[in-house]
Design a protein around this ligand. Structure first.
Ligand code: MN
Length: 200
């Protein structure tokens, strides 16, 4: 439940990923996020808030609604809470280089004590999300089905972008980025703040 490993793997002068703070742990109203990540291999990063950080698993094939399918989920380092909002492109040569979109997000409810259950290696929970309810091993419930959820709904729930569009945008020269209405709306809404320490 610490962020040292996360920070050690990244150079925050080069990547726009957040340095992050460990938050006070809250046992209620927990958030989760699934990020689609076109790194050297495309995968889905599944992150559950617990103990003030995002416990994280890399799921090569992504989630499934089919209870018969089991999907490998490899536990990776805890990520800061701020990471749940990250959508962008990690530069070449950096850890996890490639584009990231927020494929799904919402709140989750553990069935037991999540920290204890994670330690034991058996975590049961419910997701309230923007796409569909699913589990890594999907239980038979009213949301079970045969729809291939990763191909039926490939886009970001945050921006509507596909990972392909995020990749294309990352390749475009910056000049093109600075034009257009979306950008100027963003600038209008932006608040003045100090340059984050990692840019210095
Ligand atoms: Mn990843």
């Amino acid at each position: 439940m610490e962020l040292e490993t996360y920070r050690r793997k990244r150079n925050f002068k080069k990547t726009a990923e957040p340095v992050g703070k460990k938050r006070a742990r809250s046992s209620r109203d927990l958030s989760f996020v699934v990020q689609k990540h076109a790194a050297s291999r495309l995968h889905y990063d599944f992150r559950l808030e617990m103990g003030g950080v995002l416990a994280s698993w890399a799921v090569p094939k992504g989630p499934s609604l089919n209870p018969k399918e089991r999907r490998l989920a490899v536990e990776v380092e805890d990520h800061p809470m701020e990471y749940g909002d990250f959508e962008g492109t990690i530069p070449q040569g950096e850890y996890g280089a490639g584009s990231v979109i927020v494929w799904d997000h919402g709140r989750w409810t553990p069935e037991g004590d999540p920290i204890e259950d994670r330690r034991k290696g058996r975590l049961k929970f419910h997701l309230n999300d923007d796409k569909n309810n699913w589990l890594l091993i999907k239980e038979r419930d009213q949301n079970a089905g045969k729809t291939d959820i990763v191909s039926a709904q490939p886009q970001s729930v945050k921006s509507g972008k596909t990972i392909e569009r995020q990749i294309t945008e990352a390749r475009q020269p910056k000049k093109i980025h600075s034009r257009g209405r979306a950008k100027s709306a963003q600038v209008k809404a932006a608040k003045k703040s100090n340059m984050p320490a990692f840019y210095q």
